[in-house]
Design a protein around this ligand. Structure first.
Ligand code: FUL
Length: 449
């Protein structure tokens, strides 16, 4: 296959409607890690914890949801079950659950309370259901997949609309010393059956892992990646590999996974955007001795993730009493205020945008004429991602007082959204020069703040 033909196919691998919705409508959402670990001060429980220790005497899911909303997040994912196997809802399938917690005398259902609070305040609800279960007696046998699907079905059918299901790929030993072979195919079919609009996260598919748990992002964030490395993704586009070789030693979280040098060995490509996750504090669960990260770090992560063709899943851990710590509540509010202050006013609202295409090439440039001379800090551009990801690289220039173009930034791909930090530039005209693309470039928006 010729390079040109190969790249054109890659450029036209498209998101499905769930991925498109996630990237465009709900790219910023919250994780809430809550389990017996909150009471044992651990990050991983071993499944032997007594359910009686789980007692959030002042549980306030509305407080969580209001705090999450104040940061500008649009969804919330609760750990319905973490690796310790303890279930935060009234499941029929195990006693290791709220049934044996003193909370509401064993009648409590935190999934329900949380889903209702989300609904009340217009936040989408999702859940984490750990496939690794260190408590279940079925774990490590075929019956476990039935157990897991039964629990998944309860969560997908009893709590209203679900926007995102988080499958951890962690696969350690269960109580009988065995590891489980997860039937992801069946899990995903179950999601599709009951919640066809939900996305799912797994290391290797749906929304894929970004490779770290600290909010780091690679310099080129491609959503079109080798299917071989993301086999949990549902759709693939077959290609004839450009080069002989294999993908050994190449991982789906590599910093340039979608670049030509990686995808050229692939026999099939898939659309599989990364989700970037991190916790507001060092741990996923609440630990008294930890403090929330700085506003600067969170805002900078927001710019690189939501503004870098990934989603941003930010965890906030409730305390033993079932509330978020006030310091976290405050930090979330500061983050929302900062996002609004920095990115809230589009100076290019009525700008005139013209395109100068190079003949016989996908290279092109967009000239953005602002109404007035302004102090510009950020450029926000979006490819028409519903039709695929095309831009390989681009440069940004601003006109100075002498009417000369001054170079401001050199970037790689764009994808669903790219926020370029320009520093402080006083100008009335910007140029976005697409220096390399895989197919004809179409932008959904150009915004300037
Ligand atoms: C990991 C888990 O092992 C951690 O405990 C946490 O839930 C994180 C989000 O995913 O794989």
């Amino acid at each position: 296959m010729e390079l040109k033909e190969f790249l054109k196919i890659a450029a036209n691998v498209k998101p499905d409607h769930t991925q498109l919705e996630r990237l465009r409508e709900t790219p910023f959402y919250a994780f809430v890690h809550f389990s017996p670990n909150t009471y044992t001060n651990l990050e991983w429980g071993d499944g032997t914890e007594d359910p009686a220790i789980f007692n959030p005497t002042e549980l306030d899911c509305e407080q969580w949801v209001k705090a999450v909303k104040s940061a500008g997040m649009k969804g919330l994912i609760l750990t319905a079950k973490h690796h310790d196997g303890f279930c935060l809802w009234q499941t029929k399938y195990t006693e290791h659950s709220m049934k044996n917690s003193p909370y509401k005398n064993g009648k409590g259902d935190i999934v329900k309370e949380c889903a209702e609070a989300c609904k009340k305040h217009g936040i989408k609800f999702g859940f984490y259901l750990s496939p690794w279960d260190r408590n279940s007696k079925y774990y490590g046998t075929d019956e476990y997949n039935d157990y897991y699907v039964n629990q998944l079905t309860e969560l997908l059918t009893n709590y209203g609309e679900i926007f995102h299901v988080w499958f951890d790929n962690a696969c350690g030993e269960g109580p009988n010393g065995k590891k489980q072979v997860y039937d992801f195919d069946r899990y995903i079919k179950t999601i599709r059956k009951y919640q066809p609009n939900a996305t799912f996260f797994n290391d290797r598919g749906g929304m894929r892992w970004c490779g770290n748990e600290a909010g780091a992002t690679p310099y080129a964030q491609w959503a079109v990646v080798p299917y071989e490395l993301c086999p949990i993704a549902e759709h693939k586009t077959d290609v004839e590999p450009l080069m002989q070789g294999d993908l050994d030693g190449i991982f789906n979280w590599d910093k340039d996974i979608g670049s030509i040098s990686n995808i050229m060995y692939s026999k099939a490509l898939t659309f599989c955007p990364a989700e970037t996750d991190m916790s507001i504090r060092p741990g996923w669960f609440y630990h008294e001795n930890e403090e929330p990260h700085s506003l600067e770090r969170l805002f900078e992560t927001y710019l690189r993730t939501v503004g870098g063709n990934t989603t941003f899943n930010l965890n906030i851990p409730p305390m033993k009493n079932g509330k978020f710590n006030e310091k976290d509540v405050q930090r979330l509010k500061e983050l929302g205020d900062k996002i609004n202050a920095e990115l809230g006013t589009n100076l290019a609202e009525d700008a005139e945008i013209t395109e100068n295409k190079k003949p016989d090439s996908y290279q092109t440039e967009f000239i953005v004429k602002l109404n007035d001379k302004c102090k510009v800090k950020y450029l926000d551009i979006a490819e028409a991602i519903a039709k695929g990801q095309k831009v390989e690289s681009f440069k940004v220039y601003a006109k100075d007082n002498h009417n000369l173009w001054q170079f401001k930034a050199s970037e790689t791909t764009i994808g669903s959204r790219k926020i370029v930090v320009l520093g402080e530039v006083t100008t009335n005209e910007l140029k976005i020069q697409i220096t390399s693309a895989r197919d004809e470039v179409k932008l959904d928006w150009v915004r300037v703040y």
